[in-house]
Design a protein around this ligand. Sequence first.
Ligand code: SF4
Ligand code: SF4
Length: 315
Amino acid sequence: MELRELGHTGLRVSRLCFGTLTLGPLQADLTVEEGGGLLAYAIARGVNFCDTAQLYKTYPYIREGMRRSGRYDLIISTKTYAYTRQLAVEAVEEARRALDRDYIDVFLLHEQESVYTLEGHKEALDYLYECKAKGVIRAVGLSTHAIAGVRGAVEKGLDLVFPMMNVDGLGLIDGSRPQMEAAARDAHDAGLGVFAMKALGGGNLHRRAPECFDYILGLPYVDSVAVGMQSTDEVDLNLSFFLGQRTDPALRDRVAAKPRRLLIEDWCERCGACVKRCGQGALSMGESRAVCDHSKCVLCGYCSTVCPQWCIKVV
Ligand code: SF4
Ligand code: SF4
């Protein structure tokens, strides 16, 4: 697996980053043994980089993946919604404790939309840079679904950025695919590490996976690409794309046959919390429950985190 410098962070990461959201309770809800085993399987095949978040509740899976593989040097990127110093302190300590690590490689502010939201998170950002100065964090950045988020990271001189990028521009909240490409290129040229998310549109584009990976891997300013995976078949298939190998048609068919969609259970109480939470405008309130416009949904699973009835799943 090719390794690339992640901007000027000093981190050398595999081009395939294991997105762990898919393993945990917000999505597949694998056991820690199953999810950690799958991560260890990918690590054994050359993946040295994974993405998580305070929200995802997948730290135990990553810890188990490191234990099983013996690769305690796995490069871990996590993120937090913290906006105050105290919340940032808690986020960093939670990650260090749960991952059994003195340091965290990459800490991101989660879902930033522009330089203005970054200013609203100044206390948290300042604390993350304090941690970096002490060697507790190696690089600081943000994740974003917005072109203005990438521009904000450059303006504030962050170390890296984790934008949503895919061949259809699916899920971008403030512009088009070419505008995101221009912003990511400018970030890279300014020395920021750039790693991309949602190359398959959160699963919506998975039937066009070859085209999606050709696109994202052809962008020279994207250092690594985070992809969520839930089975050894998916790991094997994605590795074949990243290694430029011929894909096994039977493997491709098996992975393609697995449908993924947002499921809203019939015990929904119509509280509306999920509709407010969805940044994609994919949810609305139906007569008996919330309903999803699957053409807008990027399968991020974030709506499920605010559901008091636990009735939303990506399956
Ligand atoms: S409906 Fe839920 S999973 Fe789909 S985009 Fe909105 S928040 Fe994400
Ligand atoms: S948050 Fe849950 S209970 Fe509330 S409307 Fe959405 S699906 Fe229904």
